[in-house]
Design a protein around this ligand. Sequence first.
Ligand code: URA
Ligand code: URA
Length: 267
Amino acid sequence: MAELRQILQHLELAAQAYGVDLTLAVPTLPPRRPAAPASATPVVAAPAAPAAPARLAPTPGETTLLAPAGPPDPVEAAFAALRREIQACTRCALHQGREHAVPGEGNPRAEVLFLGEAPGASEDKTGRPFVGPSGQLLDRILAGAMGLQRSDVYIANVAKCHPPGNRNPEPHEVAACLPFLTRQLALVRPKVIVCLGRVAAQNLLGASESVSKLRGRDLCHDGIPVVVTWHPAYLLREPAAKRDTWEDIKRVNRLLGRPEVPKSPGA
Ligand code: URA
Ligand code: URA
Protein backbone atom coordinates (compact mmCIF):
# COMPACT_ATOMS: atom_id res chain seq x y z
CA MET A 1 0.00 0.00 0.00
CA ALA A 2 2.83 2.36 0.95
CA GLU A 3 4.47 1.45 -2.35
CA LEU A 4 1.30 2.26 -4.28
CA ARG A 5 1.07 5.61 -2.52
CA GLN A 6 4.68 6.31 -3.50
CA ILE A 7 3.99 5.44 -7.14
CA LEU A 8 0.95 7.71 -7.15
CA GLN A 9 2.99 10.55 -5.65
CA HIS A 10 5.61 10.00 -8.35
CA LEU A 11 2.97 10.19 -11.06
CA GLU A 12 1.47 13.32 -9.63
CA LEU A 13 4.86 15.06 -9.42
CA ALA A 14 5.83 13.93 -12.89
CA ALA A 15 2.53 15.24 -14.23
CA GLN A 16 3.16 18.58 -12.57
CA ALA A 17 6.66 18.70 -14.04
CA TYR A 18 5.90 17.80 -17.60
CA GLY A 19 2.14 17.73 -18.21
CA VAL A 20 -0.50 15.06 -17.94
CA ASP A 21 0.78 12.84 -20.77
CA LEU A 22 3.43 11.34 -18.52
CA THR A 23 0.87 9.91 -16.12
CA LEU A 24 -0.05 7.49 -18.88
CA ALA A 25 3.53 6.87 -19.93
CA VAL A 26 5.04 6.01 -16.55
CA PRO A 27 3.21 2.75 -15.73
CA THR A 28 4.68 1.18 -18.87
CA LEU A 29 8.25 2.22 -18.02
CA PRO A 30 10.75 -0.25 -19.41
CA PRO A 31 13.26 -1.59 -16.88
CA ARG A 32 16.21 0.77 -16.42
CA ARG A 33 19.17 -0.19 -18.51
CA PRO A 34 22.21 -1.06 -16.43
CA ALA A 35 24.98 1.53 -16.57
CA ALA A 36 27.67 0.86 -19.16
CA PRO A 37 30.85 -0.68 -17.79
CA ALA A 38 33.45 1.89 -16.85
CA SER A 39 35.79 0.72 -19.60
CA ALA A 40 33.27 1.34 -22.38
CA THR A 41 34.60 4.68 -23.59
CA PRO A 42 37.19 7.23 -22.61
CA VAL A 43 34.54 9.72 -21.50
CA VAL A 44 33.33 7.41 -18.75
CA ALA A 45 34.73 8.40 -15.39
CA ALA A 46 34.68 6.80 -11.99
CA PRO A 47 31.67 8.03 -10.03
CA ALA A 48 33.76 10.93 -8.87
CA ALA A 49 33.05 12.69 -5.62
CA PRO A 50 31.99 16.27 -6.34
CA ALA A 51 35.08 18.46 -6.22
CA ALA A 52 33.29 21.59 -5.13
CA PRO A 53 33.54 22.45 -1.45
CA ALA A 54 30.48 22.36 0.76
CA ARG A 55 28.40 25.48 0.56
CA LEU A 56 25.09 26.84 1.65
CA ALA A 57 22.06 25.50 -0.14
CA PRO A 58 20.94 27.92 -2.85
CA THR A 59 18.36 30.38 -1.67
CA PRO A 60 15.77 31.78 -4.06
CA GLY A 61 16.63 35.40 -4.73
CA GLU A 62 20.20 35.03 -3.47
CA THR A 63 21.47 37.05 -6.41
CA THR A 64 19.52 40.11 -5.34
CA LEU A 65 20.26 39.56 -1.65
CA LEU A 66 23.97 39.87 -2.40
CA ALA A 67 23.58 43.38 -3.77
CA PRO A 68 23.40 45.70 -0.71
CA ALA A 69 26.26 47.99 0.36
CA GLY A 70 29.55 46.61 1.56
CA PRO A 71 32.54 45.35 -0.38
CA PRO A 72 31.57 44.08 -3.84
CA ASP A 73 31.26 40.32 -4.06
CA PRO A 74 34.29 39.14 -6.07
CA VAL A 75 32.32 36.37 -7.80
CA GLU A 76 29.59 38.84 -8.81
CA ALA A 77 32.24 41.25 -10.08
CA ALA A 78 33.92 38.49 -12.12
CA PHE A 79 30.54 37.54 -13.58
CA ALA A 80 29.81 41.14 -14.51
CA ALA A 81 33.18 41.44 -16.28
CA LEU A 82 32.62 38.14 -18.10
CA ARG A 83 29.12 39.22 -19.16
CA ARG A 84 30.50 42.44 -20.63
CA GLU A 85 33.20 40.53 -22.48
CA ILE A 86 30.68 38.10 -23.97
CA GLN A 87 28.36 40.93 -24.97
CA ALA A 88 31.22 42.62 -26.84
CA CYS A 89 32.69 39.40 -28.27
CA THR A 90 33.70 39.23 -31.93
CA ARG A 91 35.69 35.97 -31.77
CA CYS A 92 33.54 34.33 -34.44
CA ALA A 93 31.20 35.40 -37.22
CA LEU A 94 28.05 34.70 -35.19
CA HIS A 95 28.40 38.15 -33.62
CA GLN A 96 27.53 39.71 -36.98
CA GLY A 97 23.97 38.40 -37.00
CA ARG A 98 23.15 38.62 -33.31
CA GLU A 99 20.79 41.06 -31.67
CA HIS A 100 22.05 40.10 -28.19
CA ALA A 101 24.72 37.75 -26.99
CA VAL A 102 23.37 35.46 -24.26
CA PRO A 103 25.96 35.03 -21.51
CA GLY A 104 23.87 32.93 -19.12
CA GLU A 105 22.15 33.65 -15.83
CA GLY A 106 21.17 32.34 -12.44
CA ASN A 107 22.63 31.84 -9.01
CA PRO A 108 26.37 32.52 -9.23
CA ARG A 109 26.85 29.91 -6.50
CA ALA A 110 24.41 27.36 -7.89
CA GLU A 111 24.94 23.70 -7.06
CA VAL A 112 23.74 22.68 -10.49
CA LEU A 113 24.49 24.18 -13.89
CA PHE A 114 22.25 23.42 -16.87
CA LEU A 115 24.05 23.58 -20.18
CA GLY A 116 22.20 24.12 -23.45
CA GLU A 117 23.36 24.43 -27.02
CA ALA A 118 22.98 28.00 -28.27
CA PRO A 119 20.48 30.84 -28.03
CA GLY A 120 17.36 30.55 -30.18
CA ALA A 121 15.38 33.45 -31.63
CA SER A 122 13.68 34.42 -28.33
CA GLU A 123 16.99 34.32 -26.49
CA ASP A 124 18.65 36.46 -29.19
CA LYS A 125 15.86 39.04 -28.77
CA THR A 126 16.08 39.17 -24.97
CA GLY A 127 19.71 38.33 -24.21
CA ARG A 128 18.53 35.68 -21.73
CA PRO A 129 18.98 31.88 -21.96
CA PHE A 130 16.07 29.47 -22.31
CA VAL A 131 13.19 31.96 -22.40
CA GLY A 132 11.35 30.47 -25.41
CA PRO A 133 9.21 27.31 -25.47
CA SER A 134 12.18 25.09 -24.46
CA GLY A 135 12.87 27.40 -21.54
CA GLN A 136 9.28 27.22 -20.35
CA LEU A 137 9.55 23.44 -20.27
CA LEU A 138 12.90 23.70 -18.48
CA ASP A 139 11.24 25.90 -15.83
CA ARG A 140 8.54 23.24 -15.32
CA ILE A 141 11.16 20.51 -15.02
CA LEU A 142 13.12 22.54 -12.46
CA ALA A 143 10.02 23.23 -10.39
CA GLY A 144 8.38 19.82 -10.67
CA ALA A 145 11.36 17.49 -10.54
CA MET A 146 13.73 19.52 -8.33
CA GLY A 147 11.53 21.99 -6.43
CA LEU A 148 13.75 24.80 -7.75
CA GLN A 149 13.32 28.01 -9.69
CA ARG A 150 15.64 29.17 -12.42
CA SER A 151 17.16 31.72 -10.03
CA ASP A 152 18.38 28.80 -7.89
CA VAL A 153 20.41 27.19 -10.68
CA TYR A 154 22.79 28.50 -13.32
CA ILE A 155 21.81 28.28 -16.99
CA ALA A 156 24.37 28.61 -19.78
CA ASN A 157 24.89 27.57 -23.36
CA VAL A 158 27.87 26.17 -25.25
CA ALA A 159 27.56 29.00 -27.80
CA LYS A 160 26.60 32.46 -26.60
CA CYS A 161 25.27 33.80 -29.93
CA HIS A 162 22.28 32.66 -31.98
CA PRO A 163 23.30 30.65 -35.05
CA PRO A 164 21.30 31.72 -38.13
CA GLY A 165 18.29 29.54 -38.85
CA ASN A 166 18.83 27.69 -35.55
CA ARG A 167 21.56 25.54 -37.08
CA ASN A 168 24.01 23.85 -34.73
CA PRO A 169 27.04 25.95 -33.89
CA GLU A 170 30.04 25.00 -36.05
CA PRO A 171 33.09 23.45 -34.36
CA HIS A 172 35.17 26.62 -34.87
CA GLU A 173 32.38 28.72 -33.33
CA VAL A 174 32.20 26.38 -30.34
CA ALA A 175 35.99 26.46 -30.01
CA ALA A 176 35.95 30.25 -29.97
CA CYS A 177 33.22 30.31 -27.31
CA LEU A 178 34.21 27.46 -24.96
CA PRO A 179 36.69 29.57 -22.93
CA PHE A 180 33.68 31.58 -21.71
CA LEU A 181 32.00 28.41 -20.46
CA THR A 182 35.23 27.32 -18.80
CA ARG A 183 35.30 30.61 -16.90
CA GLN A 184 31.62 30.30 -15.96
CA LEU A 185 32.25 26.81 -14.59
CA ALA A 186 35.27 28.05 -12.64
CA LEU A 187 33.15 30.80 -11.06
CA VAL A 188 30.02 28.79 -10.29
CA ARG A 189 31.86 25.58 -9.38
CA PRO A 190 28.65 23.55 -9.58
CA LYS A 191 28.39 20.15 -7.92
CA VAL A 192 26.64 18.75 -10.99
CA ILE A 193 26.47 19.79 -14.64
CA VAL A 194 23.37 18.79 -16.61
CA CYS A 195 23.90 18.67 -20.37
CA LEU A 196 20.70 19.35 -22.27
CA GLY A 197 20.97 17.53 -25.57
CA ARG A 198 23.64 16.26 -27.88
CA VAL A 199 25.48 19.49 -28.70
CA ALA A 200 26.00 20.36 -25.02
CA ALA A 201 27.01 16.82 -24.09
CA GLN A 202 29.39 16.19 -26.96
CA ASN A 203 31.16 19.52 -26.66
CA LEU A 204 31.52 19.45 -22.88
CA LEU A 205 32.68 15.83 -22.76
CA GLY A 206 34.61 15.74 -26.02
CA ALA A 207 32.42 12.75 -26.90
CA SER A 208 30.86 11.72 -30.19
CA GLU A 209 28.13 9.47 -28.86
CA SER A 210 24.41 10.14 -28.96
CA VAL A 211 22.32 11.32 -26.04
CA SER A 212 20.77 7.87 -25.75
CA LYS A 213 24.26 6.36 -25.30
CA LEU A 214 25.42 9.02 -22.83
CA ARG A 215 22.31 9.08 -20.63
CA GLY A 216 22.44 7.22 -17.33
CA ARG A 217 26.22 6.96 -17.23
CA ASP A 218 28.75 8.16 -14.68
CA LEU A 219 30.48 10.95 -16.57
CA CYS A 220 32.48 13.88 -15.40
CA HIS A 221 34.11 17.09 -16.58
CA ASP A 222 37.05 18.44 -14.58
CA GLY A 223 36.03 16.34 -11.59
CA ILE A 224 32.42 17.56 -11.72
CA PRO A 225 29.77 14.86 -12.27
CA VAL A 226 27.90 15.34 -15.55
CA VAL A 227 24.36 14.10 -16.22
CA VAL A 228 23.25 14.00 -19.84
CA THR A 229 19.59 14.27 -20.71
CA TRP A 230 17.37 15.19 -23.66
CA HIS A 231 17.15 18.79 -24.82
CA PRO A 232 13.78 20.34 -23.86
CA ALA A 233 13.16 21.11 -27.56
CA TYR A 234 13.44 17.38 -28.23
CA LEU A 235 11.02 16.67 -25.37
CA LEU A 236 8.52 19.06 -26.96
CA ARG A 237 8.72 16.99 -30.17
CA GLU A 238 8.93 13.59 -28.42
CA PRO A 239 6.88 13.83 -25.23
CA ALA A 240 7.40 10.12 -24.50
CA ALA A 241 11.07 10.88 -23.77
CA LYS A 242 10.03 12.95 -20.72
CA ARG A 243 10.05 9.76 -18.67
CA ASP A 244 13.82 9.51 -19.35
CA THR A 245 14.37 13.10 -18.24
CA TRP A 246 12.39 12.41 -15.07
CA GLU A 247 14.83 9.58 -14.28
CA ASP A 248 17.85 11.72 -15.22
CA ILE A 249 16.76 14.52 -12.90
CA LYS A 250 16.25 12.02 -10.09
CA ARG A 251 19.94 11.14 -10.60
CA VAL A 252 20.85 14.81 -10.40
CA ASN A 253 18.95 15.06 -7.11
CA ARG A 254 20.78 12.00 -5.76
CA LEU A 255 24.17 13.44 -6.76
CA LEU A 256 23.27 16.66 -4.95
CA GLY A 257 22.18 14.76 -1.85
CA ARG A 258 18.64 16.05 -2.30
CA PRO A 259 15.50 13.92 -2.09
CA GLU A 260 15.07 12.03 -5.37
CA VAL A 261 11.65 13.60 -5.73
CA PRO A 262 11.07 17.03 -4.15
CA LYS A 263 8.83 17.10 -1.10
CA SER A 264 7.09 20.24 -2.24
CA PRO A 265 7.35 20.60 -6.00
CA GLY A 266 7.66 24.14 -7.24
CA ALA A 267 8.40 25.47 -3.75
N1 URA B 1 17.95 26.18 -26.69
C1 URA B 1 19.18 26.19 -26.15
O1 URA B 1 19.95 25.24 -26.31
N2 URA B 1 19.54 27.24 -25.42
C2 URA B 1 18.74 28.28 -25.19
O2 URA B 1 19.14 29.19 -24.49
C3 URA B 1 17.45 28.25 -25.77
C4 URA B 1 17.08 27.19 -26.51
N1 URA C 1 19.28 15.56 -30.65
C1 URA C 1 19.82 16.49 -29.85
O1 URA C 1 20.66 17.28 -30.27
N2 URA C 1 19.44 16.57 -28.57
C2 URA C 1 18.52 15.74 -28.06
O2 URA C 1 18.21 15.88 -26.88
C3 URA C 1 17.96 14.76 -28.89
C4 URA C 1 18.36 14.68 -30.19
